[in-house]
Design a protein around this ligand. Structure first.
Ligand code: FES
Length: 575
């Protein structure tokens, strides 16, 4: 009979002598009985609860449900906090701190007597940060998302977090919505616990967790306030104990096939462009060779099946009632777009999990043969304006603008943009292409979600609703428009974007996957030779570390020294 691998936690709790006394005694100070140290799996509940992260404010309740499940399966649960990243209030952008949180998660898991981990995540950056950190340690791991908010409803109409902030702001600026009504909508939009309920970044990443197989079926869409979310957390608590016994580590799940499933799922749900950066970063930690070009190749031929904001009209609550992500996964599998044998956290293959899925509302989840939008996966553009790539989400763009040539109107910074955009003397019309620089990983810093530039007031009053916009920034997953993002290399490191000038001509060709600046190569090189780097944003602290080590968007904007993993090695005794 093969000998069972000793549990990692026994390197602390199974010790005799002085160190055994030391490691157990202080835990006994919390009222923990002696039998909890007898070699049963110790499960970390990695919690991003914070009142500064409203989307995760219910996570102490979710952690209790996980805890019940762990006890029921014979494990010993220990909840611990990690850095939380609240998308709504962190400045200059929560993305600046994603890698910091990922380091926190990695080191917290490795340093403690844990055999398995349940990751509680919800608001945008909390999901990639926890997955990146956990992948770098590679213990048995389950992801539990906090769930989306209930539908926003204002005066009988659905309003989606983020998406309708933008549209209503445009109505206010165009003079068609009063300030008083705009204010009333504030309380009607985000009206329950949970994360943004559009198919924004949080919902996209919760779907990615399910498609990767790291989460249990239905992780993506059960509303935060639905009892079935609590049940899912409880079942995750039970299952993680079994996973420790089975030695089913994260690397068994985060395979190349799993990432391909996640990328195709992202296309089928009309998911956020942010997920591209996060998946690249997670893959980098898991040692999977995933490239930006893979997103384009794998997304081709995948239709957007889900009619949710910002690409469509419904919300995550509707998605769950229609059958949720299993319906999408089943549809992809039936059309040959899913690796059916990919293993998931519950021990079943992804196909076993979804083959019985039923759709209850084809207005929300459309059939593959009659999709909501055809060929709408995230497209990767290349050209002399983006040698290392840029992305666009066609499902959220205006179809008639996907091929467009226009005159560049250039803004060197967001400050310059905001100062000029509502000036009626600004030389711009709806055929122009708006270009924003210095908002990439190093330029902002942190690559803020400012890529969906506001449209000029004078054009909004004319009834213009979309224009081509290009930047090295990101865009909120809840936003929409014909918006080219993540231009790499970014302007702040001397990418060609840095030398675009007012009046230059640019051609966007999404079907041809190109982004071209109509400037002769000699002229472009001459401009680049004269280019001067902008002032560095920080010379101390974390921001300085970030500026020194952050990779470009096409490589996931992780730190160069965090690629790969360090494993779950137990460190030397601390005393
Ligand atoms: Fe937290 Fe949107 S602000 S998910």
């Amino acid at each position: 009979m093969s000998k069972k691998k000793p549990l990692r936690s026994q390197e602390w709790f199974g010790r005799s002598g002085k160190m055994g006394f030391y490691y157990r005694s202080f835990f006994k100070g919390m009222g923990i009985p002696d039998d909890q140290f007898d070699g049963r799996p110790v499960i970390g509940i990695c919690n991003t609860w914070s009142e500064l992260t409203p989307c995760n404010a219910h996570f102490r309740d979710i952690a209790e449900h996980v805890r019940h499940g762990v006890y029921e399966a014979g494990g010993f649960p220990l909840e611990f906090p990690v850095s939380s990243l609240g998308e709504v209030s962190m400045r200059p952008t929560a993305m600046l701190f994603r890698n910091l949180a990922a380091m926190d998660v990695e080191e917290a898991i490795r340093a403690h007597p844990l055999d398995g981990v349940v990751l509680l995540m919800g608001c945008d950056k909390t999901t990639p940060a926890l997955l990146m950190g956990a992948a770098s340690v590679n213990l048995p791991t389950i992801g539990v998302s906090g769930g989306p908010q209930l539908n926003g409803v204002y005066r009988g109409t659905k309003i989606g977090s983020g998406t309708n902030i933008i549209s209503m702001d445009e109505q206010v600026r165009a003079g068609t919505l009063s300030q008083a009504d705009y204010k009333l909508a504030e309380g009607a939009m985000n009206r329950s616990h949970g994360h943004c309920m559009t198919m924004g970044t949080a919902s996209s990443m919760a779907s990615v967790v399910e498609a990767l197989g790291v989460g249990l079926p239905h992780n993506a869409a059960i509303p935060a306030t639905d009892a079935r979310r609590d049940l899912l957390a409880r079942m995750a608590g039970r299952r993680i104990v079994e996973m420790v016994h089975e030695d089913l580590v994260l690397a068994n799940i985060l395979t190349r096939e799993a990432f391909e499933n996640a990328i195709r799922t992202l296309a089928a749900i009309g998911g956020s462009t942010n997920a591209v950066i996060h998946l690249l970063a997670i893959a980098g930690r898991a040692g999977i060779d995933l490239r930006l070009d893979d997103f384009d190749a794998l997304s081709r031929g995948i239709h957007c099946l889900v009619n949710l904001m910002p690409s469509g009209e419904h919300l995550m609550e509707d998605f769950y009632y229609a059958g949720g992500l299993p319906v999408v996964l089943r549809s992809l599998a039936q059309h040959g777009h899913l690796h059916k044998d990919a293993l998931t956290a519950n021990g079943h293959t992804i196909w076993e999990n979804v083959r019985e899925a039923a759709c209850w509302n084809e207005a929300v989840i459309t059939p593959f043969d009659a999709p909501f939008k055809r060929d709408a996966g995230i497209a990767v553009l290349k050209g002399n304006l983006a040698p290392d790539g840029a992305v666009i989400k066609p499902s959220a763009a205006s179809p008639d603008m996907l091929r467009h040539t226009g005159r560049a109107v250039v803004f060197e910074s967001t400050q310059e943009l905001l100062a000029a955009i509502d000036d009626d003397d600004l030389d711009i019309d709806e055929t122009c292409i708006m270009v924003l620089k210095n908002c990439g990983p190093k330029g902002y810093p942190g690559m803020a979600e400012v890529g969906n530039l506001p449209l000029p007031n004078k054009l909004l009053r004319k009834g213009v609703h979309d224009m081509v916009r290009i930047s090295d920034a990101r865009m909120s997953g809840t936003a929409y428009g014909t918006v080219v993002l993540h231009v790499a290399p970014e302007a702040a490191v001397g990418g060609p974007l840095a030398v675009v000038r007012n009046g230059d001509t640019i051609t966007l060709d999404v079907p041809g996957r190109t982004l071209h600046l109509h400037v002769e190569d000699d002229e472009l090189q001459a401009r680049l030779a004269q280019w001067q780097a902008p002032t560095r944003h920080a010379n101390r602290g974390y921001a300085s570390l970030y500026l020194d080590h952050v990779l470009q968007a096409d490589r996931g904007a992780d730190f160069d020294f965090l690629l790969g993993a360090s494993g779950a090695e137990v460190g030397r005794d601390n005393h």
